[in-house]
Ligand binder design. Structure first.
Ligand SMILES: Cc1cc2nc3c(=O)[nH]c(=O)nc-3n(C[C@H](O)[C@H](O)[C@H](O)COP(=O)(O)O)c2cc1C
Length: 174
């Protein structure tokens, strides 16, 4: 697919088929994350793949610890997804903005490449409410989990969600 088509076709996918995503495709996604730019080329990231029981346990912890409907729906999506990518960031108080921006770039590489490969992705912040529980579950040390990405074969093809118009966000300084 042309890059512009990948950008236009990417959607947040919240319903997945049961088919598993192969190890080769998962490695392809993380390789694309690896190629993202990062502040000072710090590459402050790590990606932990969870599947099956651990993935479902994370979804269950989310269900137990939340009363908000968005998180419940996100937990259901995590259960349906073939894999959940936990996105970890180096702990470093002096680099919070640079490192967080860098990780955003890496995640978008994952989401765009997923679209290119016919996969669906959901970028997930709702894991923030159970950050400590997840960190304990997979014994993360010296890093922090900042978000997650669910990946699987899409079982829906949503229309594009509303966007602000170009003239609302673009200003030419004169
Ligand atoms: C940083 C970030 C966090 C997000 N967290 C969640 C989430 O926890 N649960 C969810 O269902 N969607 C989440 N989304 C998806 C957004 O809701 C979605 O990108 C937005 O509504 C636009 O839709 P689109 O991605 O289909 O264009 C997140 C997106 C981003 C960029």
């Amino acid at each position: 697919m042309e890059l512009i088509d990948v950008i236009k076709n990417r959607r947040s996918i919240r319903e997945f088929k049961e088919n598993e995503v192969s190890k080769d495709l998962i490695e392809d996604l993380i390789n694309c994350a690896r190629l993202a730019p990062s502040a000072k080329n710090r590459q402050p990231w790590k990606f932990v793949i969870v599947q099956n029981d651990i993935k479902n346990e994370i979804a269950n912890i989310m269900l137990e610890n939340t009363t908000n409907n968005t998180s419940k729906y996100t937990a259901k999506t995590i259960k349906e997804a073939s894999i959940l990518i936990l996105v970890l960031k180096n702990k470093n108080d002096n680099w919070i903005i640079g490192d967080t921006l860098s990780i955003g770039a890496a995640i978008e590489h994952i989401c765009l490449r997923a679209t290119d490969l016919g996969l669906g992705s959901l970028w997930i912040r709702d894991t923030v409410y159970i950050q400590k529980e997840i960190e304990n579950l997979i014994r993360i040390k010296n890093m922090e989990m900042i978000c997650a990405v669910a990946i699987g074969y899409p079982n829906e093809s949503p229309n594009s969600r509303p966007r602000k118009k170009l003239d609302e966000i673009l200003e030419w300084y004169k």
